[in-house]
Each structure stands twice: as C-alpha cells, then as structure tokens.
Design a protein around this ligand. Structure first.
Ligand code: GLU
Length: 385
C-alpha cells in the first residue's frame, strides 16, 4: 500500500481541520478487512492508530466509529460470499466485534492509548433519555483520555431498528458529542460529479457549502458487499452532521496514515456546516422541541444563567409538567417570565426531591449519583431579551 500521497507542495489543510478540537473518525469495513480472506489489515490499522495518537498529543479529542465486525466475522464462521441473512450478519458481527475490539486495544496500547468499546443501536441515538446516557459515557471517556470506539450493536439490531451503515451512525455520534469535524474514511477520495468508476469525465469536488439536489444526484451508487454505505449514505451523513454544526470531510483511507494525510493537504471533499455545534443545538432546543414541563428558578439562578452558567438544582424552586430525563423544559422566573429552554438532566419526580438542595446532598436523597446541574449550559437556549 502506498504511503500517504501528500507531498511538501500539497496545499495546506483547511482551518476546519487544523482548528477542530473534537474529531469523529469513521472507518469503513473495506479499509479494515481483506476482501478475499476477511483478515484484518493490521499495518493499516496500526498507522491509523498512530495518527490518532498524534492528534491526541496535539490536544485533540478523537472518537472512532469503526465498521468491520461483519466483514471480519463472516469468514471466521465460514459464511458464503454475497449478501447475508439478517441472522447470519448478526452472528458474524458477534464474532467479528471481538476481533475488532481486540485489535484496537492491542494497537492503541502500543501508542500509549486506552480504547473503550461503545455499541449503539438506533434507539440510543434517537430517544433523548438514552441519547443523554450515551453522550455522558462518551464525554466521560474523553475526559479520562480514553478513545471511544463506536459501532452499531449489530447483534441485536434488526432491520427496522437499524442504521445499517456507519456513515449515518457516525454523523449522529458527531452531533451527539458536538464534534467540530467528522472524517469519513472511505475507499474513494471524495465526491465526484459522477461515479468515477463509470464516468471518465467525472470531476472531483473539493468543497460543498450546501447539499443541493444537484449534489444528491451525484451520489448514484448504493455501496458494495463490504461497504454498506455508498456515496448516498455519505451525503445523508453530510446532511446530519452539518445540520448539527459539524463539518464533514470525505477522504480515502486507502493510504497508510490517512489522518496525517489530511493534515498534509491530501485530496478530500469538505461539507461545511454553517454554524458551530453549540449554536445548532440551541436552535434545535428552542425551535423544534415540544417542552414537557416548566422549571421555576430564583433570582440567583436567573443571574447565573445570564452569565452563561448551567442551571443548578440548588437554584430551582418549583417544577411543573410530566417531563422525563432528556425532555425539553421551559425555564421561568418565579414571576413567570420565560428565561429560556433546555434539556432536563432529571425526570420531574427526581427533580422535585432535590429542588433547592446542595450538590453534596443529591446522591443521598436519590440513592444514585447525579450531577448538580438540572440543565447543562450547552443544553440550554436562553430567550433573547
Ligand atoms: N456495523 C457494520 C459492521 O461493523 C458496518 C456497517 C457499515 O459498513 O457501514 O460490520
């Protein structure tokens, strides 16, 4: 395999890459598993993990979304070539996921990194309560300097409740953790005006600032046996990511050190988000979610919110409505003036028991460890005065 094709003269990487603090990298199956034998491409994975270690040393946070469980597992089980039955792919995933996790663990250890396995289903990213749980775990792992390695939980996901491709899953994960940048490592180096394998006149598109119908039409294909997502799911991922404020870049993973190659200005396609992740989330909270309740806060909390702080349980005097953890609630002063909206960390029943109490008392009252915040500032959109 050639080393990264970038040279000293290559154009420099875009600021969306050099300034990204939190990066999600999606790794496609075709990059990880040999097509014929299903063997793991160890040297390639080692080079990728070294790139991740380099980014981490440079102060970045990295989340990996790795495919490959089915591709690795199907050969071990001696399953036939061609499309698999659902049960067969679930069985293959169960076998392959262990090899995959093991390979990441071993190679990461060589670079001094700790990896953590996260298996998600569609529901974990779509239902707010489970979404918050998954997000908390990933955030905690990042704080502890571990590298989350995410995949879909293929062994339990059935067709109706399945992403089926990690392009869209990785875009959801990027939104979930408010990543600045999502990298789709693929077997093509970006988007072309037509599928390059079929059309010799296809031109590479380096930059997409808006996903128009014309861009959609360029996608064409639906993927291969090894890679579930074709360009179509990549463009859908682009929609999800950019709407959540995350820039997305598609580039080839068919070189060693594919992330270093991006830093060196390799050939890629960027999909740019129009706003940052926090702004995008605040818009969603204030504009699209139906509030399930109201929390009434004291003057101290009113001041703290205006200063950009989170809403602490200690500053909440009263709650209304039937909200669950993760639901949107309206924040009001005791006189009823709306201050904003946000996602509640606690269900109403729990919130009521800890209202106005100090952080140190919360665990004793609830019988489980919960944070001092009722609404985190990143989950809150204040009403403009
Ligand atoms: N989750 C699948 C796997 O690990 C891959 C889906 C995809 O190729 O995008 O095999």
């Amino acid at each position: 395999m050639p080393r990264s094709a970038a040279t000293a003269e290559a154009s420099r990487a875009r600021p969306e890459w050099t300034r990204a603090r939190r990066i999600v990298v999606k790794i496609g199956s075709a990059l990880l598993a040999e097509r014929e034998t299903g063997a793991l491409k160890r040297d390639w994975l080692a080079s990728l993990v070294e790139d991740v270690a380099e980014l981490v040393r440079g102060g970045r946070e990295v989340v990996l979304v790795s495919s490959g469980s089915i591709a690795l597992g199907r050969h071990k089980l001696g399953l036939p070539k061609g499309p698999l039955e659902l049960e067969q792919s679930q069985a293959a995933a169960a076998v392959g996921q262990i090899s995959l996790a093991h390979a990441y663990q071993e190679l990461a250890a060589q670079s001094g990194l700790t990896v953590a396995q996260i298996l998600l289903t569609l529901g974990d990213t779509e239902q707010r309560q489970r979404y918050l749980n998954a997000r908390h775990t990933i955030e905690t792992l990042l704080e502890l300097k571990a590298i989350p390695v995410v995949n879909e939980n293929d062994t339990v996901a059935t067709a109706e409740i399945k992403y089926g491709d990690n392009d869209r899953l990785s875009a959801r994960v990027a939104g979930m953790v408010s990543a600045d940048c999502l990298v789709l490592l693929s077997d093509v180096d970006g988007l072309y005006t037509a599928p390059p394998a079929e059309d010799a006149n296809a031109r590479h598109i380096p930059l997409v600032t808006e996903i128009t119908d014309e861009i959609e039409a360029m996608a064409g294909d639906a993927g291969t046996e090894l890679s579930k997502g074709g360009m179509k799911t990549k463009i859908e991922a682009g929609r999800i990511a950019t709407a959540a404020g995350t820039h997305m870049v598609i580039t080839t993973g068919k070189v060693l050190h594919p992330l270093r190659a991006i830093s060196e200005g390799s050939k890629v396609t960027w999909f740019l988000a129009k706003q940052d992740p926090v702004t995008a989330k605040k818009r969603w909270i204030s504009g699209q979610l139906e509030p399930r309740g109201t929390v009434y806060v004291d003057a101290g909390a009113d001041k703290a919110l205006a200063a950009g702080k989170s809403l602490l349980v200690a500053g909440v005097k009263r709650v209304d409505g039937a909200f669950e953890r993760g639901d949107a609630v309206v924040i009001r002063t005791l006189e009823g003036r709306e201050l904003g909206r946000g996602l509640s960390e606690y269900a109403r029943a729990d919130a009521e028991r800890i209202l106005g109490r100090k952080s140190s008392e919360i665990a004793d009252i609830l019988g489980f460890e919960g944070g001092p915040e009722l609404i985190h500032r990143n989950d809150m959109a204040l009403t403009r005065k």
